[in-house]
Structures are given as structure tokens and as C-alpha cells.
Design a protein around this ligand. Structure first.
Ligand code: DAH
Length: 342
């Protein structure tokens, strides 16, 4: 085969549209390999007369270079085509609608707890945890409610045995914290958690419920600070233009004891069904820590004083979100839960 024939044959073969990269490599090996036609032409050179050798050599070399160049070009073209085909095959239709996932939501009870926690953390309080299965001692005795004290009737209790019960109030955290801090350290804590009472379940009562206890003990805690603190909480929970009102009350562990009302956020104090036409809604109990409690828990009441408060989380959630049956807070009804997406 002459040089020209070889060249046009190669060009012809490279035009073959069905060529793929593998076939191209094989073809290249065929043409440019040791036993290929170009190498053969090189070998033929030795049979030529001396004077023809340089010109012939140059032409074979040129063909070799041309062949290399043609193979390179073809390889690039095939690679490009392969990428394009892959892109076409794997193309994603971004306009197709995506799959919908069921998103969870934060339960209203958790939401209220988080809101109150955030607020009190910002005021320098520590968040504490306490056991739900509790000793009578912490739940009652150290809180100034000895056995047979009539105040026990205020909270109908689930007993595990004579000394052990399901805590009826997160106030039990008060005794734990004071004893832990050994009558020396200042205390500023809140303790959110579950509490239990032997109540008949109805629209406003549940045998299991949630409270947030607050306790401050130091050398200058005062009723004024308690009032200011509760006012900040009421405004945060129910709106900046809320007011609070303190009423005298009785709790064995505080003296004086108060109950706190917030001005009705529905009728703004005019009177409506929510506030039973009084313009005020009761939201929590509080007071100055009773001296007996301070001293039983290791704090000298001549040096230390404290205030405490206890909030019912369900009540706050029901008021805030207009939920009229406490039982719906414990049901798994998605219609309720879905309304409280983050
Ligand atoms: N533990 C009380 C209850 O469950 C609420 C309470 C009232 C807590 C006054 C307090 C307090 O810390 O000072 O009814």
C-alpha cells in the first residue's frame, strides 16, 4: 500500500460513526503498532536506494505524525460525545415535584417550657431536673408539710410505698437544690417537669401534668424582685401590655404566699368568658420561702431569704393557644399537633 492509500484508508476508517473509544484504541494500535503498516513502511526504507531514503523517511514520519494527530482529534471528539450522551441519559428534570416528607412539630407543652427556660436562662437562672418518683421527705416534709398535716389534702397523692410517691409538685426540687447547695451558695433555678395527682381526668384536670418551679435564695431576695420577675414572665408569655395582680393565698412552703393573676389577654380586662367576666386570669402560685423550709434545708433564715413560684404548663398552653380540653394535650391527634409547627 502506498503512503497516500494508507492515509486515505485511515481517514475513511476514522469517519466511521460507530467508532467508540475502545475501537479507536484498537485501530490506533493496528496502524501505529510495531506490526502496523506505518512501521512496515519504515522497514521498507532499507531496501531503497540511498538517495531516496531521506525524502521517503520524511514522508513516512509526516504520515505518522498526521496519524497521531487524527487519532487524538478523534479521541477528543469521542470523549466529548460520551460526556454529552451521559448527560442526556442522566438528566434530571428539576421541574418534577419533590417527595413530601411528614415534618414533626414541637409539642405545645415543650414549646411553653422552652420559652420559659429561655427567658429564665437569660436572667441568670440554672435549669434543674428532679426525680418523678420522689421521697415523701422532699415532696412534703422538707417543704413544711409533715405527715398528717391538713395541707396534704390539697394534693391527692399516688403513693408507691409509705415513704415513696410520684411527686405531686416540682416544688420538691426546692428541697433537693437547697440541700445540694449546703446552706452556703446562692440559688437561682427553675425546674420544669412532670407531676402527678390522683385527680379525676376532665377538661381541666389530668392525673399527670407539667409544672415549672422557680426558686431564688440569697441574702436579699425580696417580694419586689419576685413581683418584677413574674411580671416579666407574664409579659413574655401573654404579651407586653399585660399586667399582673397579686392576691394573698396559702401554701405551706411560702410565707407570705400569693396567687398571681394576669390581665385577660382576650378582652384586655373588660370581662369575657375566658376570664369569667373578672378581667383577670389566675396563672400561678408563689411566695417568700417559709423560714421553716429554709432552715430544714440548711439555710439560716436570719441570713438568707428566698422566693419561689410554681407554674402549671398545661394551663399556660391552654390559655395561650385557646385549647379548651387538657386531655387533647396528651392525645396523639395530629390535627392539634400540626398547628404548632416551628
Ligand atoms: N407547688 C404548688 C402547687 O403545685 C405551686 C407553688 C405555689 C409553687 C407556691 C411554689 C410556690 O414554689 O411558692 O400548687
Amino acid at each position: 500500500m502506498t503512503l497516500e492509500e494508507l492515509r486515505s484508508k485511515l481517514e475513511e476508517e476514522l469517519k466511521n460513526v460507530k467508532l467508540n473509544l475502545q475501537a479507536l484504541n484498537e485501530l490506533k494500535a493496528q496502524y501505529l503498532g510495531k506490526k502496523g503498516p506505518i512501521q512496515e513502511l519504515m522497514l521498507e526504507m532499507k531496501n531503497l536506494p540511498k538517495e531516496e531514503k531521506p525524502a521517503f523517511g520524511e514522508r513516512v514520519n509526516a504520515l505518522k505524525m498526521l496519524a497521531n494527530q487524527l487519532f487524538d482529534e478523534k479521541r477528543k471528539e469521542l470523549e466529548q460525545r460520551e460526556v454529552e450522551e451521559k448527560l442526556k441519559k442522566e438528566a434530571v428534570d428539576v421541574t418534577l415535584p419533590g417527595k413530601k416528607f411528614n415534618e414533626g412539630s414541637v409539642h405545645v407543652i415543650s414549646k411553653v417550657i422552652e420559652e420559659v427556660e429561655d427567658l429564665f436562662i437569660s436572667m441568670g437562672y440554672e435549669v434543674k431536673d428532679g426525680p418523678e418518683v420522689e421521697k415523701d421527705e422532699y415532696n412534703f416534709r422538707l417543704l413544711n408539710v409533715p405527715k398528717n398535716h391538713p395541707a396534704r389534702a390539697m394534693q391527692d397523692t399516688f403513693y408507691v410505698d409509705v415513704e415513696t410517691l410520684l411527686r405531686t409538685q416540682t416544688s420538691a426540687a426546692q428541697a433537693h437544690t437547697m440541700l445540694e447547695y449546703k446552706g452556703e451558695k446562692d440559688i437561682r433555678i427553675i425546674c420544669p417537669g412532670k407531676a402527678y395527682r390522683r385527680d379525676e381526668d376532665d377538661a381541666t384536670h389530668s392525673h399527670q401534668f407539667t409544672q415549672i418551679e422557680g426558686l431564688v435564695v440569697n441574702k436579699d431576695a425580696s417580694m419586689a424582685e419576685l413581683k418584677g420577675t413574674l411580671e416579666v414572665m407574664a409579659k413574655r408569655l401573654f404579651g407586653e401590655d399585660r399586667e399582673i395582680r397579686l392576691r394573698p393565698s396559702y401554701f405551706p412552703f411560702t410565707e407570705p404566699s400569693i396567687e398571681v393573676d394576669v390581665s385577660c389577654f382576650k378582652c384586655r380586662g373588660k370581662g369575657c368568658s375566658l376570664c369569667k367576666d373578672t378581667g383577670w386570669i389566675e396563672i400561678l402560685g408563689a411566695g417568700m420561702v417559709n423560714n421553716n423550709v429554709l432552715s430544714m434545708c440548711g439555710y439560716d433564715p436570719k441570713v438568707y431569704q428566698g422566693f419561689a413560684f410554681g407554674v402549671g404548663v398545661e394551663r399556660i398552653a391552654m390559655l395561650k393557644y385557646g385549647i379548651d380540653d387538657i386531655r387533647s394535650l396528651y392525645s396523639d391527634d395530629l390535627r392539634l399537633l400540626k398547628q404548632f409547627k416551628l
